[in-house]
Design a binder for this molecule. Sequence first.
Ligand code: FMN
Length: 324
Amino acid sequence: MKYYFAPMEGITLYPLRNIHNSMFGDSIDRYYTPFITATHNFHFKKREKRDALFENSPAFENDKGRICAQIMAGRPDTFLWAAVEMKKLGYEEVNLNLGCPAPTVVNRHKGAGLLLDTDYLDGMLKEIFDKLPPFSEGGIDVSLKTRLGFYDEDEAEKLMAIYAGYPIKELIIHSRVREDYYKGSPRIDAFCRAVQVYRENGGKAPVCYNGNVFRADDKELMGRIEGICDAVMLGRGIMENPALARELKGGEPLNDAELKEYLEKLYYGFAEYIPEDRNVIFKMLEHWAFLAARYPDREKELKAIRKSRSKGEYFAAVNNFFSK
Ligand SMILES: Cc1cc2nc3c(=O)[nH]c(=O)nc-3n(C[C@H](O)[C@H](O)[C@H](O)COP(=O)(O)O)c2cc1C
């Protein structure tokens, strides 16, 4: 089984990807950039472009296939433009976001909003694959990250039949519908059915499962998806436990010393990226919001970390957390 580090907007930025890769990268088969918006005026936001530059991720420069750029686009022409720009930067694969549930995205006919109009989506994919050759022929590979539907998991039937008609590099399925956002249990039965429908329609691409993989010992979930998919994408689970993929591969569990080292490196990585200690601390607190789920018995120490507003206060609180 392969393991991917999921794209997470504002979170899995290059400092995090680089540092995670330097400590836990052996267990990760592919990283994804958070979505890069292909705007209607064929322009990237400066910070999104910066995040995608290989010069900011030197460890990936000789292994460009280990990172995939995700694109948010609502039109074939903007997607094609963005894909070609990513090709110029050195990417071998781009991923189309068909899952973002945010109203601002959906209302603009992007992300999961594209799942609402299957004729339009079909036409968009047709134009993309008609015009863009794969990486092996001098172009760039295209993978999809989708949900099972917008309102209802039965929508997957139609969606999978559409996806099966195109030479996608990989099909990543977040096992929820848009209306679920990130809540509740993933729809495993519907995921299994969707993979079956994709195969029955002649879909040949590897399939990746995504949704609520939090623990390496979750035998029930892993047991159900093993055998029908080739990869698992980890999001909140790997934010909570950066060694999750290693554990899933049968390796050592995370220990406090390496988590502490990881968080320290992240702090200094983000300090080079973001001006002002206060903002670096806010970035780290976003991270701690994921980690907190792992430590229900250290609420007092976590509270002190959340209250810190200077670098000194932050590191004192973190040291105290790890001395428990
Ligand atoms: C804060 C946050 C930001 C996210 N940003 C993106 C994104 O940029 N692109 C994307 O495809 N999915 C994004 N996702 C969804 C995740 O990639 C993943 O599909 C989701 O968290 C479910 O997987 P998990 O249960 O392993 O966390 C985001 C999720 C969260 C919580």
